[in-house]
Design a protein around this ligand. Structure first.
Ligand code: C2E
Ligand code: MG
Ligand code: MG
Length: 241
């Protein structure tokens, strides 16, 4: 019953769609929709996270392969992976996939969730280094919350900083100076900055003014099934053309 939905990621200044975040969805036949925050946390407390991570990765790669030689071939997908669940078998799969799909590292981004205390986990750190050495781009998710800190950036081979939505709405204390500091830091370190949770035109204008490059949020679109996502991209491109 697990599927993947795609939330568009946009280059803020131009409105160009550059990618999408793959978000897990579970429609249970009896209890209905179960939010990923619930079922992923539960799976992480047991061995189930391993097959779940593999299944979702398979679905994401399948989608990228389906988009080859189509107008969507330039879309990248971000795959969420908990920094605590970086199993050696995931690294092996990412390595083996390159033999079949040499272009994959240019299209598949790994979004690291829960990276706050990764510094004390030597094995996981080494595996993330391996993933980065394979050529995949790593992004640090929920930046600015207790789940991700500057310390993680120093220790991880990161190429993108994903600013948590609490700073995007402007409701959090000192959120504007935080946005400004992070986007400046990112640009000086040659990292991409991406803001999540853009809900309104005002959010968007604030984010652009502070120099953030990429974004996603309900202002653009929620996470969509693949067919709806494709239609959304076509429509967006039609408006930009
Ligand atoms: P996340 O990676 O930070 O994903 C962003 C969450 O914010 C998503 O919730 C998305 O639907 C939601 N969102 C997007 N735009 C807006 C907006 O404008 N306003 C608001 N209020 N929310 C917005 P979702 O899909 O419920 O996922 C929640 C979390 O579950 C994710 O947070 C991620 O940590 C985790 N998750 C989802 N899929 C996976 C997965 O495949 N693997 C792993 N390890 N974790 C996943
Ligand atoms: Mg994410
Ligand atoms: Mg996030």
């Amino acid at each position: 019953h697990i599927t993947v939905a795609y939330q568009p990621q946009v280059e803020l200044k131009t409105g160009r769609v550059v990618g999408a975040e793959a978000l897990a969805r579970w429609q249970h036949p009896d209890i209905g929709n179960v939010p990923p925050n619930e079922f992923i946390r539960i799976a992480e407390r047991s061995d189930q996270i391993l097959w779940l991570s593999h299944s979702i990765l398979d679905l994401v790669v399948e989608q990228l392969v389906a988009w080859r030689d189509t107008p969507f071939a330039d879309i990248s997908l971000s795959y969420n992976l908990s920094a605590h669940s970086v199993d050696p078998s995931i690294v092996t799969k990412l390595r083996d996939l390159i033999a079949t799909y040499p272009w994959l590292p240019d299209r598949l981004k790994i979004e690291l969730t829960e990276s706050a205390d990764i510094m004390s986990h030597t094995n996981e750190l080494e595996r993330l280094e391996d993933i980065s050495d394979l050529g995949y781009c790593l992004s640090i998710d929920d930046f600015g919350t207790g789940y991700a800190s500057f310390e993680a950036i120093w220790h991880l081979p990161i190429q993108e900083v994903k600013i948590d939505r609490m700073y995007v709405s402007g409701k959090a204390k000192d959120s504007t100076s935080f946005l400004r500091a992070v986007s400046r830091f990112a640009s000086e370190q040659k990292l991409t900055s991406l803001a999540e949770g853009i809900e309104t035109k005002q959010d968007l204008e604030r984010i652009i003014a502070e120099g953030v490059e990429l974004g996603q949020g309900y202002y653009y679109a929620p996470a969509l099934d693949a067919t709806t996502f494709e239609a959304w991209v076509n429509d967006k491109r039609g408006h930009l053309a």
